[in-house]
Design a protein around this ligand. Structure first.
Ligand SMILES: [Fe+2]
Length: 235
C-alpha cells in the first residue's frame, strides 16, 4: 500500500519533531499495511529555493536513516509544493518531483482561486512533462464556490484525498463520490505526528470497506499502486 503524502522527516517542517517520533510514525504506517511512504515535506517557493530545501531534506534524512529497521516502509522523497504565481516559469521545480517518477504534489492556496491558477498549472504540466497531483482536494471544498470547486474535477490533474476525508462528516460524501466517479487517483495520510495528525490509513480502510464493499479497499490500493508505477521513470 502506498501513502503518497506524509510529513515524517524529523525537524523538516511542521511534521515530526524528532527521530523517535519519525520512527513511531513509520512503524505505525507499516503496521497498517503501508509498504511505500512518500515524504512530502512542505516547500514554500516564496521562502526557500529548491537546492536549500534539498540540502535540509538530506540532513534530516541523515539523522533518521541509521535508525531505520525492517518494520519501516520503503521511503521515497518528494515534496508538497504550495502553488505560487510564476511556478510554471520555474526551471528548477523538476528537482522537487517524487523520486524516480514524473509526479509532483501541489497544494493549492487556501484562498478563492482565479482561473489563472488553473491556466498556470496546466502550463506547468504541459511544458515540464510533469504530472501534477493536487493534494488533499477535500480541504478546499468549503473555501471555493460550488462552481469553482466542481470545475476542479474537469482539470487534467490527478486528485489526492487524505485518509481523513473518509472519516470527517464534512468530506466523506465527496470522497466516496470521487471513488464512484474515478476521480480519486491517490490516497495519503498527510500525517504530521503521533497524536493529532497520526498515520491513519486504518480509518479510511474501515469506512471504505463498510460503505463500499469488503474488497473495495484492496482494489483501490491496487489501482493507486498501478497508477503510481506507471509514472516511474525507466532508467
Ligand atoms: Fe501535507
Amino acid at each position: 500500500m502506498l501513502d503518497i503524502h506524509s510529513h515524517f522527516l524529523p525537524k523538516m517542517d511542521d511534521g515530526s519533531k524528532s527521530v523517535e517520533m519519525s520512527l513511531e510514525m513509520l512503524r505505525s504506517s507499516k503496521a497498517q499495511g503501508v509498504t511505500t511512504m512518500v515524504s512530502t515535506s512542505h516547500f514554500y517557493g516564496s521562502q526557500e529555493d529548491p537546492d536549500t530545501f534539498l540540502k535540509r531534506r538530506a540532513k534530516s534524512f541523515a539523522a533518521l536513516e541509521p535508525h531505520l529497521t525492517d518494520d519501516c516502509p520503503e521511503i521515497l522523497f518528494g515534496s508538497e509544493i504550495l502553488y505560487y504565481p510564476g511556478i510554471s516559469q520555474s526551471e528548477v521545480i523538476q528537482k522537487l518531483k517524487i523520486e524516480g517518477t514524473d509526479l509532483i504534489l501541489i497544494e493549492m492556496p487556501f484562498v478563492k482561486w482565479s482561473d489563472r491558477i488553473f491556466e498556470e498549472l496546466i502550463t506547468l504540466q504541459y511544458y515540464s512533462s510533469l504530472r501534477i497531483i493536487l493534494a488533499h482536494v477535500e480541504r478546499y471544498q468549503s473555501i471555493q464556490s460550488k462552481r469553482v470547486f466542481e470545475n476542479l474535477f474537469d482539470q487534467p490533474f490527478y486528485f489526492q484525498c487524505n485518509a481523513e476525508a473518509f472519516t470527517s462528516s464534512k468530506s466523506r460524501k465527496l470522497a466516496l463520490k470521487m471513488i464512484d466517479n474515478d476521480r480519486l487517483h491517490f490516497l495519503g495520510t498527510d500525517c504530521h505526528n503521533t497524536s493529532s495528525r497520526q498515520p491513519n490509513m486504518n480509518e479510511a480502510k474501515r469506512v471504505i470497506e463498510k460503505k463500499l464493499s469488503p474488497g473495495a479497499w484492496r482494489q483501490l490500493n491496487a489501482d493507486f499502486e498501478h497508477r503510481f508505477n506507471r509514472h516511474r521513470i525507466k532508467e
